[in-house]
Design a protein around this ligand. Structure first.
Ligand code: AMP
Ligand code: MG
Length: 327
């Protein structure tokens, strides 16, 4: 794996990009107007803030690092059609509010298009500019997830969680991971603090997290798995890769993502950053069969089904219970 020192320019650029996207999206949340949201062909929602955040991240990465391959969730074609005028103008306005009134529409669309790589090159970035858009629209949790992948392995992850409660009355954090180091960045202080997974005294004391959306993870089966493991605490339901952040810093010790459809394949941008933060904080992340997540198949995790992330200590027991319940 590339050492952390070699990736310092990439880490600096990624942290700045996720910081800027966190500020932009947090400002936009709760202020969206009619016409600011579109339903994509896969029936999932996307907002002006998703597109604007992708533009900002692409702009900052390319200004700092030069040309990059980026697999971004959003597609600028969704803004180019004649029916997209309102949406496109909303995106351009948001980007201008963050950068400068001088930015023109073509530049914004070009930045969004930077994210059209397909994940088949030796080295590429992947971005979910707003992971958990449904949570974002509810005024709840979402994440900005950015990762760098080299030869099918994640080597750097940055996760912005602008609404995450920190337990001390403050809200919002960014998590970064490079080989051997996971840090949490809180408030506007300049230093990151090391974070670590936490293990309960026994598995029955564990807290597990899962999606708020029952269509994204099978909540009936997770309840059965919890019962099998003797876990009595209620599931911690939270949108987006904030679930990985919760495991990485010990707010929870298990994240279950259980397939709701046999044909669904997880998208790389929904997992790359989060899984790397958990691993560098001492945890283990696999699919429901215990296999490592394999980022060498383009934009989807074609070789995997679902996800199980844990503190590491109880991973084998959790995988065994998942296997027994899903069988
Ligand atoms: P979460 O906030 O954890 O519920 O996950 C949000 C992500 O779920 C979105 O970014 C989608 O890419 C993804 N998603 C959409 N449909 C499904 C599905 N059927 N199974 C798993 N994930 C899904
Ligand atoms: Mg997502």
């Amino acid at each position: 794996m590339t050492s952390s020192a070699d990736l310092q320019p990439e880490l600096d650029a990624a942290l700045a990009a996720v910081r800027a996207a966190s500020t932009l999206t947090r400002g936009a949340q709760g202020r969206l107007l009619a016409g600011d949201t579109l339903t994509k062909s896969d029936d999932s929602p996307v907002t002006v803030a998703d597109f604007a955040a992708q533009a900002i991240v692409s702009a900052i990465l390319t200004e700092s690092l030069g040309a990059i391959d980026l697999v971004g969730e959003e597609d600028s074609d969704d803004l180019r059609g004649p029916d997209s005028d309102t949406l496109r103008l909303g995106v351009v306005d948001l980007v201008r509010s963050q950068r400068s009134e001088e930015v023109d529409e073509a530049a914004v669309l070009d930045w969004i298009s930077v994210g059209s790589a397909d994940g088949t090159t030796e080295r590429y970035w992947t971005l979910d500019p707003i992971d958990g858009t449904k949570g974002f629209l509810r005024g709840e949790q979402y994440a900005i997830a950015l990762a760098l992948i080299e030869r099918g392995e994640v080597v750097l992850g940055v996760l912005g969680c602008p609404n995450l409660p920190n337990g001390d009355g403050t809200t919002g954090a960014i998590f970064t991971a490079t080989a051997g180091t996971a840090l949490g960045w809180y408030g506007t202080t300049s230093a990151g603090h090391p974070i670590q997974v936490a293990s309960p005294a026994s598995l029955s004391d564990a807290r597990f997290c899962e999606s708020v959306e029952s269509g994204h993870s099978d909540q009936g089966q997770s309840a059965k798995i919890a019962e099998q493991l003797g876990i009595t605490a209620d599931a911690y339901r939270i949108d987006s890769q904030c679930k990985y952040a919760a495991v990485a810093r010990g707010d929870a010790s298990i994240y279950l993502r259980l397939p709701t459809r046999a044909d669904y394949r997880e998208k790389i941008w929904d997992h790359a950053a989060g899984k790397f933060v958990v691993e560098q904080a001492g945890g283990i992340v696999t699919d429901v069969h215990g296999a490592p997540l394999d980022f060498s198949h383009g934009t989807k995790l074609h070789a995997n089904r679902g996800v199980v992330a844990t503190d590491g200590r109880f991973h084998d027991e959790v995988i065994e219970a998942v296997g027994a319940v899903l069988a």
